[in-house]
Design a protein around this ligand. Structure first.
Ligand code: GUN
Length: 243
C-alpha cells in the first residue's frame, strides 16, 4: 500500500529486504547508509522486528530528520511534553486526529477514551488528544469495567488489536468512533480464507455512533497518507535548510 501510494503521488520509494536472520549490527549498518544518503528524505523500519533484534536500538539509530514514522524516542518524548513539538508525528495517530478535524468533531474539553497503550498508536494518540485539550482516559487489558468508561466517551479510539471487542452497547449515542484495529479472522466464504475486522463491532456500533470509521478503508489509508505527508514535510525541511 505504501509503495503504491508513493508511486501515485510521485515519491520515489524502494525496499531494503533483509532476511529474518539478519544481525542487529547489519540492520543498523543499513539504517546508517540510508541516513547519510542525501537522496533519501524518509526511512521507515517496518515493525515488528524479529525477536533477536532490539527494536528500540534500531529505531534510535534512524536519523531524526528522516524518522517519518515518528518512532525515534526523542520524537516520542517531545510529542509527550507540553510546549514541545516533535519533528514527525507518528502516522496512525496523526491520521486519527486528521479524521476528527476534517469531520468537524470538536476535541477541546471532550472526553476521549483510547483503548490500547501501544507505542505505535495508543500512547501517542493519547498524547495528541491531550495536547488538543481532551480529557483522556486510556483503557487497557488490566482496566476494570472498560465498558463503563468507554460508554462515557465523546471520542473513542479503539487500538487494542482485539477483534470486535467494542460492542455497540458500549458506545455513547453520537460519539465519534475511530477503529484502528485490523484483525484477520477466519472466513471460509473468502478465497483467502480470512477477512479483516476492526476492534469495534461495526454493525452494532454504526447504529449508535455519530461518526465511525470502517475496517478496512478507514484508518489504514489515512496512515499511508500521513506517511506521505511526513515524507514531504521532511523533504521540504531539508530543502529549506540547504537554501
Ligand atoms: N507496523 C504496524 N504499524 C506500523 C507503522 O505504523 N510503522 C511501522 N514502521 N511498522 C508498523
Amino acid at each position: 500500500m505504501k509503495r503504491k501510494a508513493c508511486a501515485e503521488v510521485g515519491i520515489k520509494s524502494f525496499d531494503v529486504d533483509l532476511p529474518e536472520q539478519v544481525s542487529e549490527a547489519d540492520l543498523v549498518k543499513q539504517v546508517h547508509e540510508l541516513n547519510v544518503n542525501p537522496d533519501i528524505h524518509g526511512i521507515l523500519v517496518q515493525l515488528p522486528l524479529p525477536r533477536h533484534i532490539n527494536e528500540e536500538k534500531v529505531l534510535t539509530e534512524i536519523s531524526l530528520e528522516k524518522d517519518v514514522d515518528g518512532f525515534h524516542p526523542l520524537n516520542i518524548g517531545k510529542l509527550s511534553m507540553k510546549g514541545r513539538e516533535p519533528l514527525f508525528v507518528p502516522c496512525t495517530p496523526k491520521g486519527c486526529l486528521e479524521l476528527l478535524h476534517r469531520s468537524g468533531v470538536s476535541i477541546k474539553g471532550k472526553k476521549a477514551v483510547v483503548v490500547g497503550r501501544s507505542n505505535i498508536v495508543g500512547l501517542p494518540v493519547s498524547m495528541l488528544l491531550l495536547k488538543e485539550d481532551a480529557t483522556v482516559t486510556i483503557v487497557h487489558s488490566r482496566t476494570s469495567e472498560p465498558e463503563r468508561i468507554i460508554r462515557e466517551a465523546d471520542i473513542v479510539i479503539a487500538a487494542a488489536g482485539q477483534p470486535m471487542m467494542v460492542k455497540g452497547s458500549w458506545i455513547k449515542p453520537g460519539a465519534a468512533v475511530i477503529d484502528v484495529g485490523t484483525n484477520a479472522v477466519d472466513d471460509p466464504t473468502k478465497k483467502s480464507g480470512y477477512r479483516l475486522v476492526g476492534d469495534v463491532d461495526f454493525e452494532e456500533a454504526s447504529k449508535v455512533a455519530g461518526w465511525i470509521t470502517p475496517v478496512p478503508g478507514g484508518v489504514g489509508p489515512m496512515t499511508v497518507t500521513m506517511l506521505l505527508q511526513n515524507t514531504l514535510e521532511g523533504a521540504k525541511r531539508k530543502l529549506e535548510q540547504s537554501n
